[in-house]
Ligand binder design. Structure first.
Ligand code: AVJ
Length: 331
C-alpha cells in the first residue's frame, strides 16, 4: 500500500477510521531521524489498566500528592469554583476519576446543580468509569465524551447560562512541551468564556532522583506500560516488534524539567508492520522517544498563566510541595 509520490506516506485509507490517525502518527514518528511514538497511544484497555497500577505505586508520588491536596483541601477548592448558577464539571483525561470523585461526593452533599463531563481518549476507561459512577454515585448526572481532548470538547454543549469548570489533573499537562502548553491553553480558552474556570494539576520540580524513580519504578510497571505501546502496535497493525529486544530507559533533565522515557533497541533489528507495508530498521542502542513529562516551578506556572491570559485565583499544594493544583479564571 505504498504511495509512490510520498514514499513515507502509507496509504491508510483501507484501515478502520479510528486507526488511521494512529497509523499515520506511528509511521511518521518512526521515520524521523530521532524516532518517536506519541504517549497518547499508551492508553488502550491494557495501557489504562497499567496506568491505574502505576498510580498505586509507592514510587509514583504524583497521585498520592494530588490525592492529599484533594482530601485535605476539598472544601477550599470547591469554594473557589462552586456557584449557584449551574455548571459543567469537565474532567479532561478523566481516567478512573479517583481524585475527582473526592470532590464529586462533597458537591453532591451540597446539592450543587452541576453535570459531570468525564472526557477520555480511552473508550474502555470511560465505559468503566460510567458504570462505576452509576453504582457509587447514582444521583450524579454524567455526560461522558470519548476522544482526543479537542475533538471531544467540540461535542460539549453549552446551554445558555451554563458555566464550564475544566479539570485537567494529574499533571496530564506535563505531556506537552512549554511552547505547546501555550497553544493548548489558548485553544482550550476558545471553548470557554469569561467566568469559566480551570483547575490544572502540575507536578513540581523536586529532587531529580525522586522524579526519575517515579518513571522507572522498582516493580517494573512503568516499563510494562512503555512496552505495551509496542504490543499495541503489533496487535493493531500485525507488527513483529520483539519486546525482549527493547529496554525501558528514563532520564530527567533538571534544567528543562523534562522527564523523558524511551524504548531502546538492544540490538540491530528489523521490524515489519504488515498492515502498513512498513519496515523499520533499528540499530543497536538506538532510542525511540515515547514520552515527555514536564515538571514545573511555581514561577513557570505563573508565566504560562500570563501568556494564556488566565488569572491565578488559588494555589493548592501538598505538605511536601511535590505537586500543585492551581485554580485559574478565564478573563
Ligand atoms: C498521565 C501523563 C500524567 O506523565 O506522569 C506515568 C503518565 N507515564 N508513568 C505522567 C505516566 C509514566 C503520566 N500522565
Amino acid at each position: 500500500m505504498k504511495n509512490d509520490l510520498y514514499p513515507n506516506v502509507v496509504n491508510i485509507t483501507n484501515l478502520p477510521f479510528e486507526q488511521q490517525q494512529f497509523a499515520q502518527d506511528v509511521v511518521q514518528g518512526l521515520t524521523k531521524k530521532q524516532k518517536t511514538l506519541s504517549s497518547k497511544y499508551f492508553y488502550d484497555a491494557t495501557g489504562s489498566k497499567l496506568f491505574q497500577k502505576i498510580m498505586d505505586l509507592p514510587d509514583y508520588y504524583l497521585t498520592r500528592a494530588e490525592t492529599e491536596i484533594f482530601t485535605y483541601q476539598k472544601e477550599e477548592i470547591i469554594s473557589g469554583f462552586c456557584s449557584a448558577q449551574p455548571f459543567n464539571l469537565v474532567d479532561l483525561g478523566a481516567g478512573d476519576a479517583t481524585k475527582t470523585k473526592i470532590l464529586l461526593r462533597s458537591l453532591l452533599q451540597r446539592q450543587t446543580n452541576f453535570t459531570f463531563v468525564p472526557l477520555d481518549i480511552s473508550l474502555d476507561a470511560l465505559q468503566e468509569l460510567q458504570s462505576n459512577l452509576a453504582l457509587e454515585l447514582p444521583q450524579l448526572p454524567v455526560v461522558p465524551l470519548a476522544g482526543d481532548y479537542f475533538k471531544a470538547l467540540a461535542q460539549l454543549k453549552r446551554e445558555s447560562g451554563m458555566r464550564q469548570v475544566i479539570f485537567f489533573l494529574g499533571s496530564n499537562i506535563g505531556n506537552f512541551p512549554f511552547a505547546e502548553i501555550k497553544i493548548f491553553l489558548k485553544k482550550l480558552c476558545q471553548f470557554l468564556q469569561a467566568g469559566d474556570q480551570l483547575v490544572i494539576g502540575f507536578d513540581l520540580k523536586k529532587d531529580p532522583r525522586l522524579i526519575r524513580q517515579a518513571y522507572d519504578d522498582a516493580e517494573g510497571i512503568t516499563a510494562a506500560f512503555n512496552f505495551n505501546l509496542l504490543r499495541r502496535i503489533n496487535e493493531t497493525f500485525t507488527g513483529n516488534f520483539e519486546l525482549n529486544n527493547f529496554q525501558h530507559f528514563a532520564e530527567y533533565n533538571p534544567i528543562s524539567g523534562e522527564m523523558r522515557s524511551y524504548l531502546i533497541s538492544t540490538q540491530d533489528q528489523e521490524v515489519t508492520l504488515q498492515d502498513l507495508d512498513f519496515t523499520l530498521n533499528l540499530q543497536a542502542w538506538e532510542a525511540i522517544h515515547t514520552e515527555s513529562s514536564y515538571k514545573f516551578s511555581e514561577a513557570e506556572i505563573q508565566v504560562l498563566a500570563a501568556e494564556a491570559d488566565l488569572k491565578t485565583q488559588l494555589i493548592f499544594t501538598d505538605k511536601n510541595h511535590y505537586f500543585a493544583d492551581v485554580l485559574f479564571s478565564v478573563g
